[in-house]
Design a protein around this ligand. Sequence first.
Ligand code: 5RP
Length: 223
Amino acid sequence: MNQDQLKQAVAQAAVDYIAPHLNKNSVVGVGTGSTANCFVDALAAIKHTFDAAVASSEATAQRLRSHGIAVLELNSVSDMRFYIDGADESDHQLNLIKGGGAALTREKIVAAVADEFICIADESKLVNIMGNFPLPVEVIPMARSHVARKLVGLGGEPVWREGTITDNGNYILDVHGLEITDPKGLETAINQITGVVTNGIFGMRGADLLLLGTSEGVKQLTA
Ligand code: 5RP
């Protein structure tokens, strides 16, 4: 199977996983990216079995609506059983790097509300130690240089993702050269820098389940 087929396989596996638990009042949290897009497309087939979705980006909201799936504001939702999203990297403890699509802050917020975070990814995303994928950090625009200097102090090499503005109106710094042996510690340290909105380490709230697309089929990994 090629990478696209693996993404479609994990997307369908996620739909199969959540379907028995959905009812007419259920709200499903949906992430951002090409794997999440596959999930949205697969979710459309069971759209009459749940109430609505919450999206982690404007792009995902548009895709959901294009399938006739209602999209709610997160502030109007108090119960969310599942959040389904892709990742740029996952370690074996299901700490993640996310934000390759610049949606990390909304992704982290929606994931925080959900009871269960199901990460869907092809096998190229599973690593022993995260950091080969540059860590995205969302920053308030006027703080970009200040935050970049502080990130250098933490051992990283930040690169401004020029031309990218997040859905929240902010900038992204991609931090190269990190070897993330302490995901929760580094997540916390970066979030302490004034001007950082959040960073793409999902360690304090990692995934509960990783559905990993492999050539031998979809594997279920838990932390
Ligand atoms: C977007 C994300 C995505 O989940 C991540 O970039 C993975 O994307 P893809 O499924 O296209 O590989 O965090 O901000």
